[in-house]
Design a binder for this molecule. Structure first.
Ligand code: FES
Ligand SMILES: [Fe+2]
Length: 344
């Protein structure tokens, strides 16, 4: 093998590793809010093992779940506000990763050092978001969410699940609106519209929209890729009359690797509804719509969980897959940029 070929193969393997773990120096949704209580919880996400806990002010803290002394999981320890005491020998680590006390050997070199990886957390829209910094930072960039999750004009329900399979297959699925017409053809909201379509790409300030040419607000007609320092996807499907008053049914999606073969799947089901319409939708959602939406999502899960992990190595794509291709290219570019910054 020539040196150039070997270098290319190594770069390729590094980019793949970055993508498998999840992008560094990006925000990621890591779990629903209710996963984290005042007792520490250990979670695997983004190629890391993390410990999270809440302090008395309900603020969530997050460290690598690894004691700097001898590596016991900090999640076995005792939370003390914004620090945690390891359960093995009592070493105390503050939420910025600094060892603040070594009770067995006061004054030793470990005290005052900052050996533990610490991660900034923000809680919003019923979920916990983590800034996956490549090194400890004092200030993360702002978490920028879509208006559907921040504006009072919308109402949202977080629907969280975990699927077998890599997160990139879940992204592919969302960037492929045409599967709605076939996989979900029996559903309450996707049984109408043309069964073949021409698609087009349109750039936005934060990414791009992949949309059917000449069909809007009929079926699952478009998907959006957005990068605001958090990668999120968006789509809308019109509600039938039985969906009650209000705008289209919207979905905001974030997909985070738990491991190479398990994905944390976040879907916020959103609708533009205010006042009594908001109450009507929230009531209808809980009583009738939620079960139907879950049925549709199950159809996605069943297909995706049965895809072989290397299915994307043997594909024959056509015009409907341009959204998938563009999203993949975008992710690769971000991974390559990360590699070029020297961050693995
Ligand atoms: S391993 Fe944590 S204090 Fe020793
Ligand atoms: Fe689907």
């Amino acid at each position: 093998m020539s040196t150039a070929t070997a270098n290319r193969a190594e770069t390729e393997a590094q980019v793949e590793k970055i993508l498998t773990d999840g992008l560094k120096d990006y925000w990621h949704a890591i779990c629903p809010s209710h996963f984290v209580k005042d007792t520490p919880v250990s979670l695997r996400r983004l190629g890391r093992k993390l410990v999270l806990w809440r302090d008395a002010d309900n603020k969530v803290h997050c460290l690598e779940d690894h004691c700097p002394h001898r590596g016991a999981p900090l999640s076995f320890g005792i939370p003390l506000g914004n620090k945690i005491a390891c359960g093995y020998h009592g070493v105390e680590v503050s939420c910025d990763g600094t060892v603040v006390s070594v009770p067995g050997n006061p004054g030793c070199k470990l005290e005052g050092s900052r050996p533990t990886r610490a991660f900034h957390i923000q809680e919003s829209a019923g979920a916990i978001f983590m800034y996956n910094s490549s090194e400890n930072v004092d200030e993360p960039p702002p978490l920028v969410l879509p208006e559907q999750l921040t504006s009072g004009e919308y109402s949202a329900f977080l629907c969280y699940t975990e699927w077998r399979g890599g997160y990139r297959y879940v992204i592919d699925n969302v960037m492929d609106p045409m599967h709605g017409t076939y996989l979900h053809k029996q559903s309450h909201s996707m049984s109408v519209g043309a069964r073949s379509a021409e698609f087009q790409l349109r750039d936005t300030d934060t990414g791009f929209i992949f949309e059917k040419a000449g069909q809007r607000d009929v079926n699952f007609d478009w998907s959006e890729w957005a990068d605001t320092g958090l990668i999120w996807l968006r789509l809308e499907i019109p509600y039938p009359k039985t969906g009650g008053p209000g705008g289209n049914f919207g979905i905001i999606g974030c997909y985070t690797p738990i491991s190479p073969d398990i994905t944390a799947v976040f879907h916020w089901r959103v609708r533009k509804v205010e006042g009594w319409q908001r109450d009507a939708w929230r009531f209808l959602y809980k009583n009738r719509l939620e079960a139907r939406h879950w049925t549709v999502l199950e159809q996605d899960r069943v297909v995706l969980e049965q895809m072989e992990s290397d299915a994307n190595q043997r594909e024959h794509l056509y015009q409907h897959d341009v959204g998938v291709t563009r999203a993949r290219r975008q992710l690769r570019k971000l991974a390559t940029d990360q590699l070029n910054r020297g961050v693995l």
